[in-house]
Write a protein that binds this ligand. Structure first.
Ligand SMILES: Nc1ncnc2c1ncn2[C@@H]1O[C@H](COP(=O)(O)OP(=O)(O)OP(=O)(O)O)[C@@H](O)[C@H]1O
Ligand SMILES: [Mg+2]
Length: 203
């Protein structure tokens, strides 16, 4: 698979077909059995990991978004975003202003002080997108980010991911079972039994 900056790619397939596994390989969390992996031009896996600092690589290049329970429940919205900056070495002041800027970018700055338990599912996912963007990643990996949302909120989350892809030239890869959002992708790859079928250009 070649995934270009500025595009939003869907990954679909039956349960157990390997969607999350593929995301974890692209995210340098799981070691593949075969093949190679290149992230923004840099060969990072080719029979073995070619970088020893995978954690730093993940922090710099990749943003992760999960289906639900994305946020640390004991930190408020802006702190959840700031944490990712702090792990990458920013000061609290820098991290806080970056968090506020990103929450504003995603249209939820007024929820900056809310605790995760006080956010709607859609708001929580927008905070999760802000956190994924904290370190300006080249790739966003989202595992069923709209599964817990109704169609309107799912649509908003997909609008936000599209905006991020276009405006920040990020590659966005979304695992989904959700037929309502299939039309939102530039391409959809179907997985079956751990293998990728020929890509479909979305209708
Ligand atoms: N770390 C691992 N080592 C070995 N096998 C694994 C590992 N993680 C997952 N598997 C197996 O790989 C297969 C694919 O799992 P995966 O979680 O990627 O499926 P999925 O397509 O994301 O399914 P779902 O839609 O249910 O989330 C499953 O048979 C699973 O049990
Ligand atoms: Mg999965």
């Amino acid at each position: 698979m070649d995934i270009l900056p500025g595009t939003v790619i869907g990954l679909r397939g039956p349960s157990g077909s390997g969607k999350s596994t593929l995301l974890n390989v692209i995210g340098c969390i799981l070691e593949p059995d075969a093949g190679s992996l290149r992230l923004s031009g840099e060969l990072v896996y080719d029979g073995k990991w070619l970088r020893t600092d995978l954690r730093a690589l993940r922090l710099q290049k990749i943003g992760f978004i999960f289906q639900a329970h994305n946020l640390l429940p004991f930190l408020n919205a802006w702190e959840n975003v700031a944490v990712a900056r702090i792990l990458a070495g920013a000061s609290l002041t820098q991290a806080r202003s970056r968090a506020q800027e990103l929450l504003a970018y995603l249209g939820i700055e007024r929820r900056a002080h809310a605790m995760p338990g006080e956010l709607s599912g859609g708001e929580a996912q927008r905070v999760a997108i802000a956190r994924a963007l904290a370190n300006d990643p080249r790739i966003i990996l989202a595992d069923e980010p709209t599964a817990a949302l109704d169609s309107q909120r799912a649509g908003t989350v997909m609008d936000m991911l599209r905006k991020v892809a276009v405006e920040r030239q990020t590659a966005v890869i979304v695992v989904t079972h959700d037929e309502k959002i299939f039309s939102r992708f530039d391409r959809i790859y179907s997985l079956r039994d751990g293998a990728v079928e020929a890509p479909k250009v979305a209708a």
